[in-house]
Design a protein around this ligand. Structure first.
Ligand code: ATP
Length: 238
């Protein structure tokens, strides 16, 4: 249902003991937008994104993905959404192909369709030549592409990526950006976090800045990177 925004977050709050990790976050993302989620370590990016991805729950507030409340309709949300976590666990005994096959089966794909989904994902992420490579014997860039491929197996409309560029060398970073650009051109809605503003600016239609669990800015990417935002704001979030 594209009449509703892809993502609506209202007054989201999440605490861990006495620590208020997310303190009333609200934002909305239209379909087809690429939005950067910028904030320092510990600002609350991962906590927010995990709630969007149905992996954690809010103490207060609501999140709707494609119009579905994440708490009440997690299965519907998961069908619409691909999640790329910031740390990636591969299984030592699985090749790239076996790894994708494992997840494709878990998603319920069968027979020819399963093979097609896996092949499409391997082609897109340029992992076809590495199909038989052990998944724990790859570069960081290749590993991130496998993680992205896994998130794309069910061809989700919405993609949430937690610090996908962290630890990548410049070449791998460019490759990842190209893939994100293609996904954006296909019309996917993408939320990408980073603690480095320059990693996101050029890829994103707009940027959300989070600091100590609160959104401190939500703006057009150009105005943000061209200095409309105050220096203090940018320093605070880096
Ligand atoms: P990073 O870039 O380091 O991942 P972040 O912006 O994603 O930063 P979060 O991971 O959301 O930040 O963390 C926000 C705060 O909540 C941090 O102080 C963190 O230690 C705390 N926190 C997150 N998850 C938990 C948890 N499960 N239990 C206790 N504290 C947590």
């Amino acid at each position: 249902d594209r009449s509703q925004p892809a993502i609506v977050v209202e007054n989201l709050q999440r605490s861990f003991g006495s620590l208020q990790a997310v303190q009333g976050v609200s934002f909305s993302i239209a379909h087809g937008q690429v939005v950067g989620f910028v904030g320092a370590n510990g600002a609350g990016k991962t906590t927010t994104m995990r709630i969007l991805a149905t992996l954690d729950y809010p103490n207060e507030g609501t999140v709707k993905i494609g119009g579905h409340n994440v708490v009440h309709y997690p299965a519907k949300v998961r069908r619409l959404l691909g999640w790329m976590p910031d740390s990636f666990g591969t299984y030592e005994h699985m090749t790239v192909l076996e790894y994708l096959d494992f997840y494709a089966r878990a998603l319920g794909y069968k027979g020819q369709e399963r093979l097609q989904r896996i092949q499409e994902v391997m082609d897109f992420t340029d992992l076809t030549p590495l199909a038989d490579r052990m998944s724990n014997k790859m570069s960081k860039g290749q590993t991130q592409r496998l993680c992205l491929g896994r998130a794309l197996l069910h061809d989700p409309q919405i993609l949430i990526m937690d610090e996908p560029a962290a630890g990548l060398d410049p070449k791998a970073r460019v490759e990842l950006k190209q893939l994100i650009r293609i996904l954006a051109e296909e019309g996917k809605t993408i939320l990408i976090s980073s603690h480095i503003l320059s990693e996101l600016g050029e890829m994103c239609d707009s940027l959300l800045f989070i600091d100590k669990g609160r959104i401190v800015h939500h703006g057009n990417a150009e105005s943000m990177t061209q200095g409309t935002a105050t220096e203090t704001t940018l320093v605070n979030v880096q």
